[in-house]
Design a protein around this ligand. Structure first.
Ligand SMILES: Cc1ncc(COP(=O)(O)O)c(C=O)c1O
Length: 450
């Protein structure tokens, strides 16, 4: 084992600052007009964002003049990469026919059918502009359907930035998040009323005994349980299939609507991750890939529940809901995502995970690539070889944040653009050579860090 440490956060950061100085300057200048310099703090890649000039296929070109393999893909949206031909053709054909209408357009039904055909648990679909809105809408529908107020979610679960769902998405080393077996509901931001937080019950991931206890204690007040089967923002924690199945049975018994947030995990397979796990929720939240790069979210569910939007028990409505261009792009994207294409993407991801992990194991290095095994994965330096990542709290206790950040910065320095927190996703234009070069670069970086 090579124990000599040649690559540190400091050296990676110095190189990054030099290579991305145009982006740094733009961030600073833009703060005069936009708080933080841009409209999403998640654009931050360490010290500042990397500004994109254009995207083609699997690559982006930055304002600093670097070509990077796009492993971020707008946080898993761009499953077809950039400037996909079928998508461009569909949008170009639609543009001259009008953009925005106070009328429904026929594409709405076509995309609804595409989603219903893929997802056996979904009978009816409503479109929104984002998954944040879809998750908000799903919660409202569940509340209207059950007549109950409280909601349950997991610590480390992310469902967009609405007040209700911005609770206990992340743990922070300086905050009191309560004991492991009974996480305390904690707001993610200032500006969220305590009255809202009080209506959110928080469960520990992959712990059936404690999750069941909390659900049973609150069952008479709980409208829904919303969950990601594999988390994104909360650090690529996969819920065990048996755990998910037990929650399916329990929520049914207790009259709690079960909502799977498949905003990221829809790319796991033709029927989403629920299909891979063979568990059917009552409702599904979707986003990211379903808009083909345009803003689009969707709520899917059983007819019985979704009819509350028809019979006056609930209302959700937005000026841009059912927006033509998002639907057109979404149709082109979902039609391109055949079972074979998704299998190929997942095989590439599986290869990265198995090759890197086998290599690290041989050398006794505490670096790991992890996830359920589809085309969205996490990577991390662990504090020790073999420490588990079974729940969101393990990120604090088991991950070496400094070394993981070093990997991210150095990947950018060497021509790759992952998600800075230690995550990546694949897109269909990526070649075997792209994958080889990512694997080899990861190994080289980890060897240098030690
Ligand atoms: C699982 C999940 N749900 C909901 C959202 C919110 O989606 P959006 O940012 O499109 O509103 C995200 C975004 O990353 C997500 O990962």
């Amino acid at each position: 084992m090579n124990t000599q440490t040649t690559l540190t956060l400091e050296t990676a950061q110095e190189k990054f600052t030099e290579r991305f100085k145009v982006s740094a300057k733009m961030t600073e200048d833009n703060r005069k007009a936009i708080p933080g310099g841009y409209s999403r703090t998640t654009f931050n890649f360490g010290p500042h964002a990397i500004y994109a000039r254009e995207g083609k296929g699997a690559y982006i070109e930055t304002v600093d003049g670097h070509r990077l393999l796009d492993l971020n893909n707008n946080f898993t949206v761009n499953i077809l990469g950039h400037s996909h031909e079928a998508l461009q053709e569909a949008i170009t054909a639609a543009l001259p026919t009008g953009i925005s209408f106070g009328n429904p357009v026929e594409e709405e039904r076509r995309l609804a059918d595409l989603l219903i055909d893929r997802m056996p648990s979904i009978e009816l679909v409503r479109f929104t502009c984002s998954a944040t809105e879809a998750a908000m809408g799903a919660v409202r529908i569940a509340r209207a359907y059950t007549g109950k107020t409280k909601i349950a979610k997991f610590e480390g679960g992310y469902h967009g930035f609405s007040d209700t769902l911005s609770v206990s998405g992340h743990v922070h080393p300086d905050h009191d998040h309560g004991p492991d077996d009974a996480p305390k509901s904690t707001p993610e931001s200032g500006g969220i009323p305590q009255s809202v937080v009080n209506d959110v019950v928080v469960l520990p991931q992959n712990d059936i005994e404690d999750s069941a206890k909390i659900l049973r204690e609150n069952a008479t007040d709980l409208a829904c349980l919303i969950m990601e089967l594999e988390s994104g923002a909360g650090g690529v924690i996969t819920l065990d299939t048996d755990f998910v199945k037990e929650l399916r049975e329990l929520t049914q018994e207790l009259g709690i609507v079960l909502i799977f947030d498949e905003t990221i995990t829809l790319r796991a397979g033709y029927h989403g991750l629920q299909g891979e796990m063979n568990v059917a929720p009552d409702m599904t939240v979707m986003g990211k890939i379903i808009g083909g790069g345009f803003p689009l979210g969707a709520i899917g569910g059983s007819g019985e529940i979704m009819r509350v939007l028809e019979d006056g028990r609930a209302n959700i409505s937005g000026t841009h809901h059912g927006h033509k261009l998002s639907l057109v792009a979404g149709i082109a994207c979902m039609e391109a995502l055949t079972e074979e294409i998704l299998d190929d993407l997942n095989a590439k991801a599986e290869r990265i995970m198995s090759e890197v992990n086998a290599w690290a194991k041989e050398r006794d290095l505490p670096f790991t690539v992890f996830g359920y095994g589809f085309s969205h994965l996490g990577y991390a330096y662990l504090k020790d070889v073999g420490l588990p990542l079974k729940n969101h709290r393990h990120h604090l206790t088991h991950i070496d944040g400094e070394k993981t950040q070093t990997v991210s910065l150095e990947l950018a320095n060497r021509g790759f653009f992952p998600v800075h927190r230690g995550e990546f996703s694949l897109s269909t234009p990526m070649t075997d050579e792209d994958i080889d070069s990512f694997i080899e670069t990861l190994k080289a970086i980890v060897t240098e860090i030690g």
